[in-house]
Design a protein around this ligand. Structure first.
Ligand SMILES: C[S@@+](CC[C@H](N)C(=O)[O-])C[C@H]1O[C@@H](n2cnc3c(N)ncnc32)[C@H](O)[C@@H]1O
Length: 283
């Protein structure tokens, strides 16, 4: 590749190939410190592929410059862009469906029998909202209308989508028809091809931007917490920190749902195993 000269007397600017942004260690450290995600040196190519465009757009030539850019940004927006680039926000309605069956058939009846007020749940890495809305739909379908949910994620970009509750039709097409009829509205005209989560479901969920690593106390506890498909990015010591924090936020007898691909092996905790990827705090 040739050399580009910027002006007659300016120093030559060496074009940078995508992925060739110098030492990535400071960036890997930053991602680990701020969001617990372990990238490892072997992910250099992936980082280059995912962040290359962003660096080019910002006119930055090295990861070191980008790290300074993220650190200087007091709004936290660049950190969100960085996290969005290196993690996946992949999610879907009724993902890992066994959890919602267990919720409807065991968890909610058991919790409701022990207490009067609304039941409370937390979807702790909710991405674009499919998980908390599924919890709300499952609760309504099982006859539990008094359920209040907190749904949080580190990424403000996915949270904006989640709050809207509007999805391409193909994201909901696999759901049973009667359930679709009861809890979704089909878009017309300019909204053709889209489905919106119905208001009674949306009203059960409060969305908030939260970094799992920065939470010490939310000053409330939950009857159940879903924290699925996020701990997979964390190393053991970060998992340990996050699980301890989640455990502190469970009411006695409350349930923790993690993903089937995740494990609490090697993590110290006082929870009882209930079913695959489901744990319960002792009463
Ligand atoms: C793969 S999605 C999981 C969505 C949903 N829980 C599910 O299982 O389908 C992982 C989400 O974790 C979020 N995330 C990553 N690091 C986080 C952190 N430190 N705190 C909170 N959320 C985080 C990402 O922004 C992403 O939306």
């Amino acid at each position: 590749m040739g050399t580009v000269h910027a002006g007659r007397h300016a120093a030559p600017i060496q074009p940078v190939d995508a992925g060739d942004f110098g030492d990535a260690r400071a960036l890997i450290q930053l991602v680990h410190d701020r969001c617990g995600i372990s990238l490892g040196e072997h992910k250099r190519e992936l980082i280059g592929a995912r962040l290359g465009k962003r660096l080019h757009r910002l006119g930055l030539r090295t990861y070191a410059e980008y790290v300074r850019h993220v650190e200087r940004d007091g709004t936290g927006e660049e950190l969100t862009i960085l996290i969005d680039a290196i993690t996946t926000n992949h999610t879907s309605f009724f993902r890992e469906p066994q959890h919602f069956t267990l919720l409807a058939e065991r968890v909610l009846p058991e919790l409701a029998a022990r207490r009067t007020g609304p039941l409370t749940g937390w979807s702790a890495a909710c991405s674009s909202g499919e998980e908390p809305y599924t919890i709300a739909v499952a609760a309504l379908e099982a006859g539990y209308h008094q359920v209040r949910l907190l749904a949080s994620d580190i990424s403000t970009r996915v949270l904006a989508k989640a709050r809207q509750g509007v999805y391409p039709l193909e994201r909901v097409e696999g759901l049973p028809r009667d359930l679709l009829k009861r809890h979704f509205e089909k878009g017309l005209g300019a909204q053709e091809g889209l489905a919106r989560v119905a208001a009674p479901v949306r009203q059960m969920v409060e969305f908030r931007a939260l970094n799992l690593l920065e939470i010490t106390s939310l000053n409330r506890s939950f009857d159940f917490i879903f924290c699925r498909n996020v701990m997979i990015y964390f190393d053991k010591s970060t998992q340990q920190r996050v699980v301890a924090m989640l455990e502190r936020h469970l009411s006695p007898g409350g349930y923790l749902f993690i993903a089937h691909s995740e494990s609490l092996n090697g993590v110290r905790h006082g929870l009882q195993w209930v079913a695959p990827a489901v744990y319960r705090r002792r009463v």
